[in-house]
Design a protein. Sequence first.
Lengths: 200, 220
Amino acid sequence: MSEHDHSAPLPDVELRVRALEAVLKEKGLVDEATLDTVIDHYENKVGPHIGAQVVARAWTDPDFKARLLADGSATIAEIGHAGLEGTHMAVKENTAQVHNLVVCTLCSCYPWSTLGLPPTWYKSAPYRARAVRDPRGLLEDFGVKLDDDVEVRVWDSTAEQRYLVLPARPDGTDGMSVDELSELVTRDAMIGTGIVAPPA
Amino acid sequence: MTNSVHDLGGMDNIGPVIVEENEPVFHNDWERRVFSLTLATLAAGYFRTDEIRRTIEDMPADEYLSTSYYEHWLAGLVALMLEKNVLTTSELASGKSERDEGMRLPPLPKEAAQFAMTNPLPANVDAKVQPRFKIGDRVHTRNMHPMHHTRIPRYGRDKEGVIDTLQAVFLLPDTNAYGGPDTPEHVYTVRFSYQELFGPEASPKDSLYIDMFESYLEPA
């Protein structure tokens, strides 16, 4: 599974990981089946498609949306998506007046159970610094130009609550089904670094 | 440690945000292994999430800034395993178990994989603690610089804000990061104006919301 050239010497980090894994296994503290199951879950099962379903449902079901905004954890759990790094969820709605942006300045807290594992840029030092310092400039770099009269709300997840942005439903989507709508929803729109574009 | 380089919020000149199009979940196999080893040992109860946050933050600043996310996890996990005497540096160098002491830990529970995926870690606690503040209260964040792990970012210290949300009761990271003693506290989402945080030149419209443990706050 390793992606380096097998004829080249192993990089130091790879050697260190192999040694750590070998010792933990020899001591019986971890086992291969558990590791494989965990990897498969986070690599193949969870991802932004789950959050997109939550968003599309909120766009089409006003009662669900009201419950989602009032109690994110319980409402997301209701459709079967609770889990590690998603036990306490708050959902923040983007409107014509308010744009929400999520960051974790101290580490990389992220709603794993609804968005999967975070992209590298979200975990990077530049994003964590700038989302707080200059959110409007950062958003412009992501292609999101906000009018001056839009209020920006930045959420720094420093404790155990995780944040999901409920993006605005784009025009031109009347009559679309939940599944069709969920195809339009991007990961970035649920972090706040994107908006959902109307269907092409 | 509290005032180290992991506390990045509001810093300048850190570089551009680089987005990789169609980024895979893991870039190579050792990242998969570090991720799953960390989750398995966490799920087995060998350490608490706040403890690995602490050991990652204790990385030297230059190393922290020049290494990748999963290298942070590796450094944090290795530091914890050494600290808890699960492993020795000699074993890490040889890749072979050299003694039995590490075996005193309970074996990985059968349900560990399930736990790591769907069974939420009990980050909140069922403690009967009365909240000191209510929604709408004006609060002042303490001007605190402890020489231990904490989760109050520097840019949010010694500022005035308003209680926006009352969250659940959680274990205070300042002690939880050392394995205890357990200190259950209410957590609040506190709203700060950009001008309060970054001065009169900042946007008059925009706000920043920070999740704060109760002992980081005092009445304004």
